[in-house]
Design a protein. Sequence first.
Length: 319
Amino acid sequence: MNDYVPFQTPNLVWDSTIAIYLFLLGISAGSTLLAVLYKRSRQLAKPSESWIIRSTAIMAPGAIIIGLTLLIFHLARPWTFWFLMFNYQFGSVMSMGVMLFQVFMAVLFLWLAIIFKDLIATLIVRFLPKLKFVLGLIDIAAKFTNLIELLLALLAVALGAYTGFLLSALISYPMLNNPVLPILFLASGTSSGIAALLIAVLVIGKVSTHSDEVSFLHKFETPTVLCEILLLFAFFVGLYFGGGQKTLAAVNALSGFWGSVFWIGVVLIGLLFPLITGQIVSEKTKHNKGFIVLLATAGVIGVLCLRYFILYAGQLTIA
């Protein structure tokens, strides 16, 4: 199988568009989960001033909207999009995913409306005074903030895991039909959320590297990377010792072009480089903005490579 042409492998069902879609959903789910955890753990008096929450307010819905747009134009008949959005099929993993991120987006926007109510009030008074009743609705929703946050965190976890369930629905591919995949994608999505937030708060927010927000995100970095390594190990050990086509799928995936993507892009750049470098450099370097952004960028690249690797290498071998 090592003579295949990358990106044009036989039996290809899903291509690059799906890889980017899964990558963006992971960032959205991961950043949202971290933003909710930060707000709840710090009991912020003015959460709208937090750059973690500000970044999530743009990044989380933005990533999903971009991902969905790519998915829509990837359809053979893009104009059937509205039919797919509202005609749910409970036996379809894709359809259940559509329902999941619709609920996720609704709860996310509600949570953000509560946090940024003052900004919304200013905009409504200035540009759309007839919509003042919306402010009253936000006040009512604010009474259920605790419930909304718990629901949003749960939905973020579900969305992160869904990216793996979507691929595992391709049951004719031994590598993709793997129970570890949803947990692996949840962990890697959280990792990409941490990295994306670090880049946003440091580069756009210009937050100090010694700030509480950066410190909070750092606490999750190493445990998440270690979790990814453990899950990848479990993923391939289970696959290799599964026998038959499962063993062949593992061998095919870890060799050739996509094997290089895994060992260099996922393992070396995405996992080992940030993990080892972060442990051996001086304390001064650890708090250098450029260094933190470099490691975060490596993390994002690693997660993107993982999505491509799992998608394409997973379709090399059929049961």
